[in-house]
Structures are given as C-alpha cells and as structure tokens.
Ligand binder design. Structure first.
Ligand code: ADP
Ligand code: MG
Ligand code: MG
Ligand code: MG
Length: 401
C-alpha cells in the first residue's frame, strides 16, 4: 500500500474494489465523502445496482480546532479499529462489523449503517427508541465489565491498558471537559447572553473541587476500556437496532465516564425540548420518555453488571468481601452523575456544542435551554459524591425544568 496521504473519492473506490468478495468484478461503484471533515474522512462506497456498500473511515493527521490545524496522531485509527473489534466481541451486534484496517493509510473499512439514523438527529426530531436502554445497557455492562479487573485476567489487562494508551485524544478531553469551561480559556465558546453563567463557572470553588476530583480520576484510573466519546452523535439507531460508532477516544479510564456521557446527552436533549416540542403536552410526554430511558439505562446496567459479576468471579476477594459489590456500584453511580454533569457543562460553554441546543433558532429559547442545561449540569457535579440512587439525578432534572 502507498504511503499515507488523505484519500480522494476515486482512490477510495480503488481500495474498496481491491477488497475481496465485496463488490462484483467490473461493478460501477459510487463514492461520496460523508464525514464532517474535522478529524476524519468518511467515504461511502456503493454499488447501486447490487445494493452493496461499505464505509471507509480515514484519520487525518490534524484536527481543525478554533480555526487552526493541530497535529493529531494517526494512531487513533488503530485504537478505533481495535476498540470496535473488542466491542464487537463483547457486545455482539452493537457496533459495525470491521472488515479491514490499514495502518499505513490509517484506514478502517466497516459495515455501512446508512439505514440507521444518528441518534442525536433522531431525538431532536422526537423519535422514540424503546429498545435503546436495553441495548446500550448491555453494551456498557459487557464492554466495561469484561475489560476490567473484575472480568478479565489481571495480567492480560495490564497489557491491554498499554495497547490503548491514547495520550493525545485524552488531552483533548482533559482540556475541553475538565479544564477550559472552568476558566476564561480562548477555546471556550458561548453566546454573550450567558456570560454571567460562564463567570459563575469560573469562580465557583465548590464546583472546581468536584471537577478536580473527576479530572484526577479521568487522568489516573485505568478501570476499564472506555469508548471515550459516547455521545448521541456516536450512536446509530433505528427502532430495532443500536450501533455504537467512533471509539477513537478509547482508553482505560473510569467506567462512569461512558455511562455519564450517554445520560448527559439525553439530558441535553431534555433541556432543549421547549423549542423542539411546541405543544406543552408533547413536551411533557417526550421529557418523560427521556427520563424513563435514563432510569432504564442505569437500572438495567446495574442489574446486568452485577449478574456478570456473579457469573464471573475472576477476583476472589473482590467477589466475596461483604459489601464490596454494593460499594463499587455506588461509586460507579456517583462517577456517572459527576461525569454526566461535566459533559453537560462543556457542551454549553466549551468548544464543541450539541445540535439539540445550538440549532434552536430563537435566541431566547436557546438561552433558556442553555441555562437549564447548565443548571442541571452544575447540580449533578456538586452532588455526585453524595448520590445514592439514580432517582436523585432524575429529581434534579425534573425540578430544574
Ligand atoms: P468523526 O470521528 O470524524 O466524528 P464518525 O465515525 O463519527 O467520525 O463519522 C462521521 C459521520 O460519518 C457519522 O456521523 C455518519 O454520518 C458517517 N458514518 C460514520 N460511520 C458510518 C457507518 N459505519 N455507516 C454509515 N455512516 C457512517
Ligand atoms: Mg464528527
Ligand atoms: Mg463522531
Ligand atoms: Mg470521532
């Protein structure tokens, strides 16, 4: 294979053609770059006659951040394809199949999921996915349990940690989630109408202590292999299927970071409903759908994770010490709450926002959603170490709206 260079649509076709057993000899293939273009190229290659198709995702050696290009390691393509393969084994059917990985071109060939929709878009449009909580709780329980010291050989785990050392991508998270929103950083981005809220964030010592503790845990705790970027834009969905994509931020970190990411993104959508549901009844209904989903995700995750632990007693003491399981699950819930809050705050004042809120055209309505998301996010961060039940998170959301 030739040296690394960003592919064009024609070259993407040539590569797709060279994969055995996918496209018929001499088929007329079409190629379309469908990525957002900030970090990666995503090519959709198809044979419209046969209806066969593939996705080629190629990492770019830089990221476009605040108008500048920052160098960014191509190694994240290896991490992404490796994480997808691991997740596919541990949570069958919940990630796209990986067909090939080319380390020189930093290129992953995978299953085309174009018959699904990106969940963020689906939620904005008021879609309901009754199977989602079951699917994502299985994804979380299986991937987190079986990559942790509870569910795998502890010597092999240390070697796996080494395979997923991901310093450059972790630094993006450390900066954009666990630092910049809490100081007047250049990368921050928010509407001037909520500058007062940003200034409160910059000067709230109680909040800074909690964020420091969450940051410390993100920096140091190699608890399990995380997806690392598990927002609703990294989930493809349709009524009967859920597929998690885009694990380029994968590394060994605290489990609550992934669980919190999902919940945060459901709550960001919750905060935006005043705009997306004009009718009050529809809004109440949709919000209670979102809250029910959050409750189900935690409850099912808790039950599935404990069941895996009962079935797999890899570590004698950790499986038998009285009260240890309950203590572990309580700390996991507390981390989930803290990380959910951090993920909400960064989406309002930090560099990268969410369409659920940014695409609200009316400035007043947008500001309302932003203040609501910040209020919920800050409360979650502040209560995280005292939380004993998912109902406390739900109550914060419901009493704030
Ligand atoms: P990035 O890391 O640049 O965010 P993603 O993996 O999230 O890249 O992909 C960006 C977009 O490309 C997705 O939002 C989706 O529209 C499209 N895409 C990515 N993977 C697939 C896939 N397997 N099937 C269909 N479309 C995909
Ligand atoms: Mg993107
Ligand atoms: Mg993405
Ligand atoms: Mg990505």
């Amino acid at each position: 294979m030739s040296a690394y260079h960003p592919l064009n649509e024609k070259e993407a076709i040539q590569i797709a053609r060279s994969l055995e057993g996918v496209f018929a000899e001499g088929a007329e293939l079409t190629s379309r770059e469908i990525g957002d273009g900030n970090l990666n190229l995503v090519f959709h290659i198809s044979d419209p006659v046969e209806g066969t198709s593939l996705i080629l995702k190629q990492a770019l050696p830089y990221a476009k951040v605040v108008g500048e290009s920052w160098p960014l390691t191509l190694d994240r393509a290896r991490i992404e394809s490796e994480a997808l393969i691991q997740e596919g084994k541990l949570a069958p059917g919940l990630v796209p199949a990986v067909y090939n990985y080319d380390p020189v071109l930093a290129l992953t060939v995978m299953e085309d999921l174009s018959d699904h929709v990106i969940m963020r878009r689906g939620l904005i449009e008021g879609g309901r996915y009754p199977l989602f909580a079951g699917h994502i709780s299985t994804f979380l329980a299986n991937t987190l349990f079986f990559t942790s010291d509870l569910g795998m050989n502890q010597q092999s785990k240390k070697l796996r940690v080494r395979e997923f050392i991901n310093p450059e991508l972790c630094k993006i998270t450390e900066d954009l989630i666990f630092d910049h929103p809490y100081t007047d950083a250049d990368t921050n981005s928010f509407d001037e109408t909520i500058r007062d809220e940003a200034q409160v964030l910059w000067n709230d010592g109680e909040l800074h202590l909690e964020v420091a503790l969450l940051r410390e845990k993100f920096l140091t705790q190699a608890q399990a292999l995380l997806h690392g970027d598990l927002h609703t834009g990294s989930i493809f969905i349709k009524p009967d299927s859920t597929k998690v994509i885009d694990p380029e931020f994968a590394y060994y970190g605290p489990m609550g970071f992934d669980i919190g990411a999902i919940i945060a993104n459901l709550l960001l959508n919750y905060a935006a409903r005043d705009h997306w549901d004009a009718d009050e009844n529809a809004r109440r209904d949709y919000r209670s759908y979102l809250i029910g989903t959050i409750r189900e995700i935690w409850t099912q995750f808790d039950a599935k994770f404990r069941a895996l632990w009962e079935e797999n007693k890899t570590d004698r003491l950790l499986s038998s010490a009285p009260g240890y399981k309950d203590d572990y699950m309580k700390r996991l819930l507390q981390d989930t709450v803290g990380y959910a809050g951090s993920k909400m705050v960064r989406r309002i004042v930090g560099l990268a926002h969410v369409a659920d809120i940014d695409q609200i055209p009316d400035a007043k309505s947008r500001e309302h959603a932003q203040r609501l998301a910040l209020s919920i996010g800050k409360q979650l961060i502040k209560v995280n170490r005292k939380t004993a039940s998912i109902e406390e998170l739900i109550q914060i959301a419901e009493t704030s709206a």
